[in-house]
Design a protein around this ligand. Structure first.
Ligand code: B12
Ligand code: SF4
Length: 596
């Protein structure tokens, strides 16, 4: 029984400018299959190897697989569908399978536009894929599919979704098979070394309305830090990996485990540099621990500094948050860690002034790197639902953080792009002339120069921000910029989107808005036993959180709550959940999924 996994050849000029990144999904799935005796597993990374359709078709034909499995995030969905269509053409008897975040939520739309897909795996793939492969190997397919949880497929023109599969409870049981990857290709340009993306924790305990990640992974689960370090050592020794980023949504929220991870890296003298994405509040919380993190090799922290402000949440406590963001940036720099500030721009109420403000913030906080991402309305995020018909573009191929999907009321998309580019130009010009040359010595300096090199390379090749694709050549070309949206792509019917995955979640209230910050998460924390503290009650129920906060007087509408019509006044929210005398209470968290 032969399984062939394919990563579709989709590109967009964002994170890819830093190099070729290894597809972790395939290592985790191949590991699970091999542990279950299915070891004839092949992989084609047509993204990294830039393999065209004709060649890919030949490769599939040569391999004659029994199962073809393809991954898709939202922007790569059409490419993924196309690969599965080719697979069905050249190997009609092969079972065609789609996995990943997009199909998980959009399976009805996908199955109706791509009838050649035999099954969509919804949610985490390891256990479902093993069951599916066993059914095929034992000749029980397609009869067995109805008994496999987490699948969607079509019978007589009708989409059938089996009950949601449970999340993988024992992450230690999954041993990624990293040897399935063609390692020399996965190079991280800033350091000129091989890069890996291991996974320490899955899920995020928060439920930000614009984010799809918490919905996908549902429960927050974290691995034994020692086992993660074992895996990293294996990546270093067997595959000569010289840099890694943790694939986790929120790697630092469980401080105890994160500290244990760092201590283990130090104890075993792993000697690798690495990076994470995390939240401002965790950095402020861990101020005294930052030297330890740096000692463990942490060199790059990407902070979701202004997501919430840019989402124009009216009650956002700007003053406090701006000060906190600035402080977090400073703390990281003082610890010798390269810090990247993330700005989300491009909602309908974006203006020239708000864009300028992000530039001023970037200059004021002095992060080493700054990143302006276009707001992207994942069709299964709660905020998408709230935006209603303000979302006009449904060409998912362009849902990639670098294409303006929303049109601001006060400018057209080309002007939005131009103003964002203006921010990049000014920011990096200043950095290259006045900051990087004085960045001291050692890893930080080396890393920064490496990042600049990656930017210049992408700029020269016109890949940065997909500028070549849209024909942007500077302010003078604004009128000629074309985003080429495929207008035949239409909004999915509400009932075709599996967006309501959590129970009891009230839509984005002003109270929540007042609490949102940093990477969109609030100010919640976990205690050292991994139990989310009071604010994090939102994971069980947003309403619950709003109520707690209300009682505590922390929602910003005044203690005892004197807000009108259930809406908070635009006063500054307090900064902790403990005001009003309420003590943080551990709250049990589960994401019981209805649909995934
Ligand atoms: C690493 C990463 C990258 C790497 C890609 C590495 C690679 N080659 O795969 C780089 C840096 C290049 C990258 C780029 C981009 N990324 Co990215 N990336 C991530 C990140 C941080 C981790 C992904 C990961 O490896 N997770 C761990 C693996 C194990 O999880 P997984 O891939 O979901 O796979 C599991 C399941 O989905 C399922 N599964 C997946 N595929 C399949 C296939 C089959 C057959 C089956 C059965 C199951 C299955 O099983 C797997 C195991 O459980 C996520 C955020 C996150 N924390 O998850 C964003 C994320 C995936 N990226 C995202 C985006 C938008 C992008 C970009 C468009 C942004 C940009 N312009 O730079 C580009 C697109 C690049 C491209 N050409 O495809 C979004 C996607 C959102 C969405 N709704 O689609 C995410 C979720 C981030 C976010 N903020 O929302 N990214
Ligand atoms: S904190 Fe919010 S934005 Fe960040 S991963 Fe979690 S849910 Fe998504």
């Amino acid at each position: 029984m032969r399984v062939l996994f394919i990563h579709p050849n989709y590109h967009s000029g964002g994170a890819e400018i830093a190099g070729n990144w290894p597809p972790a999904w395939v290592a985790y799935l191949a590991g699970a299959l091999k542990a279950n005796g299915i070891d004839d597993v092949h992989f084609i990374d047509s993204m990294t190897h830039d393999i065209g359709d004709d060649r890919l078709r030949e490769m599939i034909e040569e391999l004659q697989p029994d199962i073809v499995g393809v991954t898709a995030i939202t922007p790569s969905i059409y490419k993924a569908e196309n690969v599965l269509k080719m697979a069905k053409d050249v190997c009609p008897r092969a079972v065609t399978v789609l996995g990943g975040i997009h199909g998980t939520f959009m399976y009805r739309q996908v199955l109706s536009e791509a009838p050649y897909i035999d099954a969509i795996v919804r949610g985490e793939g390891e256990e479902i894929m093993v069951e599916l492969a066993k059914a095929v190997a034992e000749g029980r397919w397609p009869e067995a599919r109805a008994s496999i949880k987490g699948l969607a497929y079509v019978v007589d023109g009708k989409v059938i979704a089996t009950p949601a599969a449970p999340t993988v409870k024992n992450l230690e049981a999954i041993k990624a098979d990293w040897s399935i990857l063609d390692w020399p290709k996965y190079q991280y340009i800033p350091l000129g070394v091989r890069v890996a993306i291991p996974n320490m924790a899955r899920g995020c305990p928060f439920t930000c309305s614009f984010c799809s990640q918490w919905k996908f992974w549902r429960d927050y689960r974290i691995r034994d830090p020692k086992a993660v370090v074992d895996e990293i050592i294996e990546l270093r020794d067997k595959h000569q990996v010289g840099f890694f980023i943790l694939a986790d949504e929120e790697p630092t929220i469980n401080r105890k485990k994160f500290v244990a991870f760092c201590e283990e890296l130090i104890k075993r003298d792993v000697g690798l540099l690495w990076g994470i994405n995390t939240r401002v509040t965790d950095i402020l919380r861990d101020e005294k621990l930052l030297p330890l993190y740096r000692k463990a090799g942490l060199i790059h922290v990407s902070l979701g500094t202004e997501a919430a402000a840019q989402l124009k949440l009216d009650l956002f406590n700007k003053e406090t948050t701006v000060a906190q963001n600035k402080k977090a940036v400073q703390l990281l720099r003082d610890a010798g860690i390269v810090v990247e500030a993330q700005f989300i721009v491009g909602l309908e109420n974006e203006t020239a002034e708000t864009l300028e403000e992000t530039y001023r913030m970037a200059c004021d906080w002095k992060p080493d790197l700054a990143n302006w991402s276009m707001y992207t309305p994942w069709p299964f995020s709660d905020l998408f639902k709230e935006l209603g018909d303000k979302v006009e573009v449904f060409d998912y191929e362009k849902y990639n953080f670098v294409t303006p999907i929303m049109k601001p009321d006060s400018m057209d998309r080309a002007e939005l792009l131009d103003r964002v580019m203006n921010n990049y130009r000014r920011f990096y010009m200043k950095k290259a002339l006045f900051s990087y040359p004085f960045a001291g010595t050692g890893d930080r300096r080396k890393y920064l120069w490496g990042c600049l090199k990656a930017f210049l390379k992408a700029g020269f090749e016109r890949k940065f921000y997909d500028l070549g694709k849209v024909d942007y050549w500077g302010p003078q070309s604004k009128k000629k910029v074309h985003f080429n949206f495929d207008t035949t792509r239409q909004r999915a019917n509400d009932e075709d989107v599996e967006w309501q995955v959590t129970h009891n979640r009230k839509t984005n209230t002003m109270h929540e808005a007042a609490l949102a910050m940093a990477c969109g998460g609030g100010k919640e924390q976990m205690d050292d036993d991994g139990v989310p503290l009071m604010g994090a009650a939102m994971h069980g129920s947003k309403q619950q959180m709003a109520d707690h906060v209300h009682e505590a007087g922390a929602c910003g509408c005044g203690s005892g709550c004197d807000c009108e019509d259930g809406k908070a006044k635009s006063g500054p929210p307090k900064t902790t959940f403990t005001v009003g005398g309420a003590k943080p209470q551990p709250i049990k968290v589960t994401h019981e999924s209805a649909g995934v």
